[in-house]
Design a protein around this ligand. Structure first.
Ligand SMILES: CCCCCCCCCC(=O)SCCNC(=O)CCNC(=O)[C@H](O)C(C)(C)COP(=O)(O)OP(=O)(O)OC[C@H]1O[C@@H](n2cnc3c(N)ncnc32)[C@H](O)[C@@H]1OP(=O)(O)O
Length: 186
C-alpha cells in the first residue's frame, strides 16, 4: 500500500498520446519482443492519465495444464502491462513486488484483455494495479495484480545484464526502443 504522503501519478508531458500503440520496448523481451519466438508478443496501448491497455493471445507454447495458460505466463502478462506504465511516466523502473490473484482458468486461444493504472508515486516507488479479462475488455476477470515498481538508473541494466546482450544493444540502440524514447545512452 502507498504511504499516506504518496502523491498521485502525473502523466509526463512527453508521454505518448492516448491510443498510441507502444510497440516493444526491447525486441528480445519475453513479454513484448517481436524477435522472441515463444514470448507473449503483448501489444500495449497508451490510455488516458497514467493507464495502459494491452492484449495477448494465449498460444500452445504458454500451457501449464493441458489447454490452459501457465500461471507464470499470466503473471508475465500482468508484469509487462504494469511495466508499460513507465512509458507514461517516462521513468525507467523494474518490478520489486508483484502480488497476483488467479481468478479463472484461461484456455489456450484466449485473447486476454489487460488494463493497468498507476495509483501512486512515492520517491522511487511506483504503485500500480492491473486486471486481465477473458475475450473482451468487459469479459470475466481472470487475473489481477498489485505491483510495486522501483525507479532505477540505466546502470541497473549495464552493470547486471549479460555482456553480450548489453553489447548488442549498444551496437544497435534501435533494438531497445526505450533508449531512443527516453534519450538515455545505454
Ligand atoms: C517502458 C519500459 C517498459 C518496461 C516493461 C518491463 C516489464 C517487466 C518488468 C520486469 O519484470 S523487471 C525484472 C524483474 N525485477 C527485477 O529484476 C528487480 C530485481 N530487484 C532489484 O534489482 C532491486 O531489489 C531493486 C532495484 C528493486 C531495489 O533495490 P535498490 O537497492 O535500488 O532499492 P532499495 O532496496 O534501497 O529499496 C528502495 C525502496 O523500495 C523498497 N522496496 C524494494 N524492493 C521491495 C520489495 N520487493 N517489496 C517492497 N518494498 C521494496 C525498499 O523497502 C525501499 O523503501 P524505502 O525507500 O521506504 O526504504
Amino acid at each position: 500500500m502507498p504511504p499516506p504522503d504518496a502523491r498521485p501519478p502525473v502523466r509526463h508531458p512527453d508521454a505518448p498520446e492516448p491510443g498510441t500503440l507502444l510497440g516493444a520496448h526491447y525486441d528480445q523481451c519475453f513479454g513484448c519482443g517481436h524477435e522472441q519466438p515463444h514470448g507473449l508478443r503483448l501489444d500495449a496501448t497508451a490510455g488516458e492519465g497514467v493507464s495502459i491497455t494491452a492484449e495477448f493471445t494465449v498460444q500452445p507454447a504458454h500451457q501449464g495444464a493441458p489447454g490452459l495458460a501457465h500461471g507464470g505466463v499470466l503473471a508475465t502478462a500482468l508484469d509487462e502491462t504494469l511495466g508499460s506504465l513507465c512509458w507514461l511516466l517516462q521513468t525507467i523502473a523494474v518490478t520489486g513486488r508483484l502480488e497476483t490473484d488467479f481468478v479463472r482458468p484461461v484456455p489456450v486461444g484466449t485473447v486476454l484483455h489487460l488494463s493497468a493504472r498507476c495509483t501512486a508515486v512515492h520517491g522511487r516507488k511506483i504503485f500500480s494495479s492491473a486486471v486481465g479479462r477473458i475475450g473482451s475488455p468487459d469479459g470475466p476477470v481472470a487475473v489481477r495484480a498489485d505491483a510495486l515498481f522501483i525507479e532505477v538508473p540505466v546502470a541497473h541494466f549495464t552493470d547486471n545484464g549479460r555482456d553480450e546482450d548489453i553489447k548488442a544493444v549498444m551496437e544497435n540502440p534501435d533494438r531497445m526502443k526505450v533508449t531512443r524514447a527516453f534519450e538515455v545512452n545505454p
